[in-house]
Design a protein around this ligand. Structure first.
Ligand code: SF4
Length: 235
């Protein structure tokens, strides 16, 4: 059995079938940043090119549990070959009573995989981390927040049967009305909101603004998870 997730309370275990250096290099990443787990513990699995760990595809999952797929690297980043992602999705299909949470900063890959290879498994929560409606190119090399929001809106429109998940963590300063409206349009099944846990001194929104966003989200989102909610470091 994989380890309990450190990220989401509703997740029962994590599963890391693919190891790779993440090309996005977010400055706050708890795994891949300069002070992250990978460097601290010299975790070879995540230093190089993507590798699919065949043995992990034989892992057994329980009915009713939720499994977070890939909490150490972004398995939908451009450096991960389609063949590896498809093997992971094929394994997910074999466990229809288990829910698998996918999370990426490159949701365009979901669209591409779906249009090139057909339906995604029904038992997934299709997630994207989107920290704000504003773009922060100095914080990460991932596709911009604006692009991620646009792609999620497309997915929501074209595939209304897919359950979408948005992780607004670590939250970065945003425009309340704009961010609310876009998220309302995306209509995610679940959202998690939280501040950075690692003292990175990010451009954080004031607490009052974050509370206002959470309140708005609670009007139209079935599940809103409060993660680390606190005052901004500079408040
Ligand atoms: S995309 Fe995710 S795994 Fe990759 S560096 Fe950013 S936070 Fe880490």
């Amino acid at each position: 059995m994989g380890k309990k997730s450190r990220m989401f309370e509703f997740v029962d275990q994590t599963w890391n079938p693919i190891g790779a250096r993440c090309p996005f290099q977010c400055v706050y990443c708890w795994a891949q940043s300069a002070n992250g787990l990978i460097n601290r513990y010299k975790l070879k699995k995540y230093f190089g090119k993507p590798v699919l760990y065949e043995k992990t595809l034989n892992q057994k999952f329980k009915d009713g549990e939720t499994v977070f797929v890939g909490d150490m690297t972004d398995i939908f980043a451009p450096n991960v070959p389609d063949t590896m992602i498809l093997r992971v999705l094929y394994t997910i299909k074999k466990w229809p009573e288990t829910t698998f949470l996918l999370l990426t900063k490159n949701p365009l890959r979901y669209k591409q995989i779906r249009s090139e290879y057909g339906d995604l498994p029904k038992n997934i929560l299709l997630g994207a981390t989107i920290e704000s409606n504003r773009n922060y190119p100095n914080i990460s090399r991932a596709p911009s927040q604006e692009e991620r929001l646009r792609v999620l809106a497309d997915l929501s429109f074209y595939y209304p049967d897919i359950r979408l998940f948005v992780s607004i963590e670590p939250i970065l300063d945003f425009d309340l009305d704009t961010f609310t409206e876009i998220l309302k349009h995306i209509a995610p099944y679940a959202v998690a909101v939280g501040y950075n846990n690692y003292g990175n001194k990010l451009p954080e929104p004031p607490l009052e603004k974050t509370e206002a966003l959470i309140k708005n989200l609670e009007y139209f989102t079935p599940f809103v998870y409060r993660k680390t909610i606190r005052r901004a470091w500079n408040e």
